[in-house]
Write a protein that binds this ligand. Structure first.
Ligand SMILES: [Ca+2]
Length: 360
């Protein structure tokens, strides 16, 4: 009886010993991507096991070694091993990986990674359909530690071109910008010109040389198809001269009002702003108030641009004054005033030329 109990205990001890090397504490990717005051993971140096969905396949960014990205619950992380071709997964596959949490830091860096404990310390949980929907994040909030490792999508205007794989995109009205870095996956960014508004999907990496490490984020597209010209509202991007808030677009041809004809006036304004639009004559007198202190509410533009806080609207002028009399032929000015929630006022103006009805 006593002898049997001894054997059971030995067997239990052996089982624990043989299982130990492969074990990692079960945590989430968000646990790994937490950060301290320096920007380091609180799990730095720990062996962990995490579950994630593949967003960037092995071989895309680093063909000579194994480097890929997985994501779970709005957090992403790099998985790394020095040997190539050890992890056969596709975008959308759900896998478990076990390895040590590191902060990759050579000449710069500080992208959090999980260094696989061995070439086989991963397992397939379920195969996906080859797709992973990136999260749309406004440029204003994109370059942040909490987004590092995630597959993100954003819209920006090309501001600067350096090397063919290195451009900067920005928001002209907020000043927010980020580097788009194509060298990891040999993507040619020369196809875009300064001023182009582009739609970019890519992985957020970090290249920061100075502590604390909350700077130097870059967006790395995986494939050429991750980059395209953006579909944007008319008149986009608004002329920086009129920013941060208001933009106005009116056809330039002479307007000859008669009957119910209306000249269309398109505008952009910040969300949750008060919009006033009036027509003035060249003596500065108000001819017609089209809208006054109208609350813009929320965006009517595509959902993915909503984070950028714009509404577009159309208004129109029928060429009549506030008493509904036809205005005399001549030059007029349409003035758009937008007051945002912080009391900041932006103004945009555009001319309208009213002609007489031509008769034979
Ligand atoms: Ca980091």
């Amino acid at each position: 009886m006593r002898k049997q109990k001894g054997w059971v205990m030995l067997a239990v001890a052996l089982a624990v010993l043989t299982a130990a090397p492969a074990a990692g504490q079960d945590v989430t990717i968000c646990d790994v991507q937490e950060y301290d005051a320096m920007g380091f993971s609180p799990l730095l140096g720990e062996i962990v096991t995490v579950r994630g969905v593949v967003t960037v396949e092995p071989g895309v960014f680093q063909p000579l070694m194994t480097s890929f990205f997985i994501e779970w619950g709005d957090c992403g992380v790099n998985v790394f091993h020095f040997d190539p071709d050890i992890v056969a997964v596709a975008v959308g596959d759900t896998i478990d990986v076990t390895g040590e949490v590191e902060e990759y830091q050579s000449a710069g860096g500080l992208t959090t990674e999980i260094l696989l404990s061995s070439p086989s310390s991963w397992s397939m949980v379920g195969e996906g359909d080859g797709e992973f929907e990136p999260t749309y994040i406004s440029l204003k909030r994109l370059g942040a530690e909490r987004n590092e490792g995630r597959l993100c999508r954003t819209i920006g205007v090309v501001r600067e071109k350096n090397l063919p794989y290195d451009i900067y995109i920005h928001q002209p009205w907020s000043g927010a910008d980020i580097q788009v870095y194509g060298a990891n996956s040999e993507i040619d960014l020369n196809v875009y010109d300064i001023g182009d508004t582009i739609d970019v999907t890519g992985n957020i990496m970090q290249y920061d040389r100075e502590a604390p490490f909350f700077d130097g984020y870059e967006l790395s597209p995986r494939y050429q198809s991750d980059m395209k010209m953006a579909i944007v509202p008319p008149g986009w991007p608004p002329d920086p001269e009129f920013w941060p808030n208001a933009a106005l677009r009116i056809p330039t041809q002479v307007f000859r009002p008669h009957g119910n004809e209306v000249i269309p006036i398109a505008y952009l304004a910040s969300e949750r702003s008060a919009v006033t639009m009036k027509i003035y004559d060249l003596q500065g007198r108000v001819v017609r108030t089209l809208t006054e202190d109208e609350y813009t509410g929320y965006s009517t533009i595509p959902e993915f641009l909503k984070e950028d806080f714009f509404v577009d609207g159309t208004n129109g002028w029928d060429g009549r004054d506030d008493l509904r009399r036809l205005a005399p032929a001549g030059a007029y000015v349409c003035r758009l005033e937008v007051e945002d929630g912080n009391g900041q006022v932006s103004v945009s103006t555009a001319p309208i030329v009213v002609g007489v009805k031509l008769t034979r």
